[in-house]
Design a protein around this ligand. Structure first.
Ligand code: AMP
Ligand code: MN
Ligand code: MN
Ligand code: MN
Length: 281
């Protein structure tokens, strides 16, 4: 049975509706799936109904945007209560910042010679407050400014590029607190993707653990085999469990559902933890 504890629907920056994500995961042999939309919980009800129809175990998840040492760091919450009011309200406040940031991204892109990007990106977002850099990327591919989403990030949207703007998301400890307050476990997402050196990365993991973080994504689709081993070792060192996920967004855009590297290293697998197993039952 395949396990995938990180993916997105059109409620955030994925391309498929929550039910279609679940259906696709089931068709690809995923037996345990967590839907983890950026900063929102409202795809989970539709996903749960679809999971029942397709005989798949669903974990209620979310991916919370935080800023740590000036860099965007993502924290996945697993087995959260989607009805938890405090979590929902905190995420709502966090999302509100996406509209204003989107205006600033559009201004920056205009200076780089790309007009009307706010309206263009907004067409791809289910709701204005879901507006993500991925939506800008899809619009820039549409206009021919770049060849694919990765290319847009490389040329326009990554830190230091003309369409990048600074933004303050939640603090790391806040994200962990919101997730735990909603009964969930906090997982540090795709640690191999952050632009930190070895010391800062260890400091991040240690702080995350000290705030109450429970796991770290080890078997991520974006990790090389070497990174899987490296983060398994760090997980063990800091007493964290290992999670896995594809970070699926859209067919043909990055990894597919259930496509995660094998975790063939001795480390505690988060999906075997009781709380997660119960939540998926
Ligand atoms: P945002 O939350 O609006 O800052 O957007 C972050 C999202 O952009 C991530 O969740 C990814 O889906 C996407 N993203 C970030 N960096 C890249 C990249 N280099 N290539 C493709 N997608 C990326
Ligand atoms: Mn995303
Ligand atoms: Mn992420
Ligand atoms: Mn993600």
């Amino acid at each position: 049975m395949k396990v995938d504890l990180h993916c997105h629907s059109s409620m955030s920056d994925g391309a498929l509706a929550p039910a279609a994500v679940v259906e696709r995961a089931a068709a690809r042999g995923v037996g345990l799936l967590a839907l983890t939309d950026h900063d929102r919980l409202d795809g989970l009800a539709e996903a749960r109904a679809a999971a029942r129809r397709h005989g798949l175990s669903l974990i209620d998840g979310v991916e919370v945007s935080t800023t740590w040492r000036g860099v965007s760091v993502h924290v996945v919450g697993l087995a959260v209560d989607p009805a938890n009011a405090a979590l929902a309200q905190s995420l709502e406040r966090l999302r509100a910042g996406r509209i204003e940031r989107g205006r600033r991204i559009a201004q920056a892109l205009e200076k780089a010679g790309i007009p009307d990007a706010f309206e263009g990106a907004a067409k791809y977002a289910a709701r204005p407050e879901s507006l993500s850099r991925t939506h800008f990327a899809r619009y820039l591919v549409e206009t021919g400014a770049a060849s694919d989403v990765r290319d847009v990030f490389r040329r326009y949207l990554a830190a230091g590029k003309p369409g990048h703007v600074a933004h303050r998301w939640a603090a790391l400890d806040e994200a962990v607190r919101w997730i735990r307050g909603a009964g969930g476990v906090a997982v540090l997402a795709h640690p191999g993707r952050y632009p930190f050196g070895a010391d800062a990365l260890r400091a991040l993991i240690e702080e995350f653990r000290d705030h109450g973080g429970a796991g770290i994504e080890v078997a991520c689709a974006s990790h090389s085999a070497g990174q899987v081993r490296e983060f398994a070792e760090l997980a063990r060192h800091y007493g964290l469990a290992a999670s896995c996920g594809s970070d699926f967004h859209a067919p043909g855009e990055g990894a597919e559902l259930g496509e995660v590297p094998a975790l063939d290293v001795p480390v505690r697998a988060l999906w075997r933890d009781d709380a997660i197993a119960r939540a998926g039952a």
